[in-house]
Design a protein around this ligand. Structure first.
Ligand SMILES: NC(=O)c1ccc[n+]([C@@H]2O[C@H](COP(=O)([O-])OP(=O)(O)OC[C@H]3O[C@@H](n4cnc5c(N)ncnc54)[C@H](OP(=O)(O)O)[C@@H]3O)[C@@H](O)[C@H]2O)c1
Length: 252
C-alpha cells in the first residue's frame, strides 16, 4: 500500500463537539489535517476541541448546523468551502440514536433517524462531490448492521440506508471522490451508562473487550491514506460482525 500524507488537507467532521467525532478530528489533526468543526448543541465541546487544535498548530473553523433544519444543513458544505478555502475530506459522524422496537416505532422517529443519519450525510456528500475536484468521504456506520438491533429499529434502518449509500456514492462519485465507511462496535457507552455497561456486553465478543475512540479514529485515518480504496467498510468491533444475531450482545 502506498500511504499518502494527509498534511495540509482540510476535513469537515460532523458531530465533532464530543465523543467519536471529536476523537476522529484529533487523530486527523495529528496527521496535519485542518478541521472544520461541525456541531449542533455542543458549543463548549466544539470550543474545547478548537483549543486542542490550536495547541497542535492546526487551523480550524466552526460551523453550527442542525440536521433537522434544511436551511442549516443545505448550506453547510458551501460554508465549509468558503471558510476553509480548501475542503477535501468529509467525515459523516453525527447521528441520533433513540430506543424503539418494531412494536412501538412511529413515523416521526423513523423519518427523524432517516433524515439525520442517512439523508443529510448523503446530501452533504453529494454537495461535497460537486464542490471538490478531488476528495475523500468516510461514513461512520455501525457493526450492528450485521444481525439485527431490535432495540433501535429506526436507528439501524437509517444506518442500513447509509451503508447502501456508501456503495452507491462510491460508484457515482468515482474517480474524483472516494467513499468508504467504518462500522464501530462497542466503543463508548450510551448517555447514562458507564464503562461497566460496555464491559458486560464485551464478555460476549470474540476479543472479550470493548474498543476505544482511538480505534475508530485509526481506521478513518487508514481509509483516508489509501488512495486505492473506495466502497470499503471496515468493522472495528472486536469481531462482533462474525457473530449471529441470536448469539450476539444485542441488548445495547
Ligand atoms: N459510540 C459508539 O460506541 C458507537 C457504536 C456504533 C456506531 N457509532 C456511530 O459513531 C458515530 C458517533 O457516535 P457517538 O457515540 O460519538 O455519537 P453521539 O455521542 O450520539 O454524538 C452524535 C453527534 O451527532 C450530533 N447530532 C445529533 N443530532 C444532530 C442534529 N440534529 N444535527 C446535527 N448534529 C447532530 C451531535 O452534535 P451536538 O452534540 O453538537 O448536538 C453529536 O456530536 C455515530 O454515527 C454513531 O452511530 C457509535
Amino acid at each position: 500500500m502506498i500511504e499518502k500524507s494527509l498534511r495540509g488537507s482540510t476535513a469537515l467532521v460532523t458531530g465533532a463537539g464530543k465523543r467519536l467525532g471529536r476523537a476522529v478530528a484529533l487523530a486527523l489533526a495529528d496527521e496535519g489535517v485542518n478541521i472544520v468543526i461541525h456541531y449542533r448543541s455542543s458549543e463548549d465541546g466544539a470550543k474545547g476541541l478548537g483549543e486542542e487544535l490550536k495547541k497542535k498548530g492546526i487551523r480550524y473553523w466552526f460551523i453550527k448546523a442542525d440536521f433537522e433544519k434544511k436551511e442549516e444543513y443545505e448550506s453547510l458544505i458551501a460554508r465549509a468551502v468558503r471558510d476553509s478555502g480548501n475542503l477535501n475530506i468529509l467525515i459523516n459522524s453525527a447521528s441520533i440514536f433513540f430506543k424503539n422496537t418494531l412494536k412501538d416505532v412511529d413515523f416521526d422517529s423513523f423519518t427523524r433517524h432517516m433524515q439525520v443519519n442517512a439523508w443529510v450525510p448523503f446530501a452533504l456528500s453529494r454537495e461535497f462531490s460537486r464542490h471538490v475536484a478531488c476528495g475523500k468521504i468516510v461514513n461512520i456506520l455501525d457493526a450492528r448492521l450485521v444481525g439485527y438491533d431490535w432495540a433501535h429499529v429506526a436507528y439501524i434502518l437509517s444506518k442500513h440506508a447509509l451503508s447502501v449509500l456508501t456503495r452507491m456514492t462510491a460508484l457515482e462519485f468515482a474517480p474524483s471522490v472516494t467513499v468508504n465507511g467504518v462500522s464501530p462496535g462497542l466503543i463508548l457507552p450510551p448517555p447514562g451508562q458507564d464503562e461497566s455497561y460496555l464491559d458486560k456486553l464485551a464478555e460476549n465478543l470474540p476479543l472479550k473487550r470493548h474498543g476505544g475512540p482511538e480505534d475508530i479514529a485509526a481506521a478513518v485515518v487508514y481509509l483516508l491514506k489509501n488512495d486505492f480504496l473506495t466502497g470499503t467498510v471496515i468493522n472495528v468491533d472486536g469481531g462482533r460482525h462474525l457473530m449471529g444475531y441470536k448469539n450476539g450482545p444485542h441488548t445495547d
